[in-house]
Design a protein around this ligand. Structure first.
Ligand SMILES: Nc1ncnc2c1ncn2[C@@H]1O[C@H](COP(=O)(O)OP(=O)(O)OP(=O)(O)O)[C@@H](O)[C@H]1O
Length: 265
């Protein structure tokens, strides 16, 4: 099998992130139950698990946006005690401002971060080219399809060239055909940039189609119950079922969900 990460030279600039015995309680309720994980520089790791198992909570903790109850997050080996800034985040909801064009939405991120505007504009257009939306740079969010809006969100998350990307069900609201294409485009962008990615999804195709490793979570209280190293060549095809090993990985995840009663047939 070929190496999962295409451009290891870029990965040197990427961040590593580690969770050590992370616990998160809300009052008496345990949302995240003693989770440890390690994501290497330039690695693409997905979290998959049933609704409410604590995926978003874990991601927010890993980004320093939510305090943990006990445990620690280490970024490049240093304990995280504030929100990460060297990061891009993409949510299921695009969160674009209606009154700014696609390009200006991306440039807002550059403005907030105090980046020089001309290079930022050039980089935004370069990202738009790679994401296939250069022709729509001057359109407003309402004039874009759902897939195009998520592409703008990805460009916004990458405009400052962060060393890590976190994505919380970024394609969850898109139709199946758009999802397949945007998955492929994200994979190519990742192969080129070598960012460290933490990706949350409910989709086996997305988890297996994109990841170097898939971390499978139990129903609440969320724990990591399996780790699958995906050894499929990249870039991966639209129809993953062509690979017998895709079905083996998918069966393994289904079996776990069946064991937990998440899937009952
Ligand atoms: N701020 C909060 N206060 C209280 N409970 C919370 C809070 N945030 C999350 N929870 C609870 O923690 C659990 C995990 O939520 P979380 O959003 O992390 O799950 P998830 O796996 O991302 O779910 P989904 O796949 O449906 O998005 C849920 O039971 C949720 O209700």
């Amino acid at each position: 099998m070929n190496a999962p990460i295409a451009d290891r030279t870029k990965a040197a600039d990427a961040a590593s992130i580690e969770g050590k015995n992370v616990v998160k309680t809300f009052g008496g309720f345990t949302a995240v139950d003693d989770i440890s994980f390690a994501i290497g520089k330039g690695e693409f790791v997905s979290l998959i698990g049933p609704s409410g198992c604590g995926k978003s909570t874990l991601m927010l903790i890993a980004a320093g946006l939510q305090p943990l109850s006990t445990g620690a997050i280490l970024v490049n080996g240093a304990r995280l005690d504030r929100p990460l800034t060297d990061i891009g985040i993409v949510f299921q909801d695009h969160l674009l401002l209606d009154f700014r064009t696609a390009l200006d939405n991306v440039l807002l991120q550059a403005e907030i971060r105090g980046l020089p505007m001309e290079p930022a504009r050039a980089r935004a257009m370069e990202l738009f080219e790679k994401l296939g939306i250069a022709h729509a740079a001057d359109r407003y969010p309402k004039q874009l399809s759902g897939g195009m809006r998520q592409r703008v969100s990805i460009a916004r998350a990458l405009i400052h060239d962060p060393s890590m990307l976190m994505m919380d069900e970024p394609f969850g609201a898109l139709d199946a055909i758009t999802r397949t294409q945007i998955r492929h485009d994200l994979e190519l962008l990742w192969m080129e940039t070598g960012k460290t990615v933490l990706f949350i999804t409910h989709s086996l195709e997305e988890a297996i189609g994109l990841s170097d490793r898939v971390l499978v979570m139990s129903p609440s209280p969320g724990r990591i119950v399996d780790e699958i190293k995906v050894e499929l060549p990249r870039p991966r095809p639209a129809h993953l079922g062509d690979y017998p090993s895709f079905n083996i990985y998918a069966d393994r995840i289904h079996a776990l969900f069946r064991q937990f009663g998440v899937i009952k047939y």
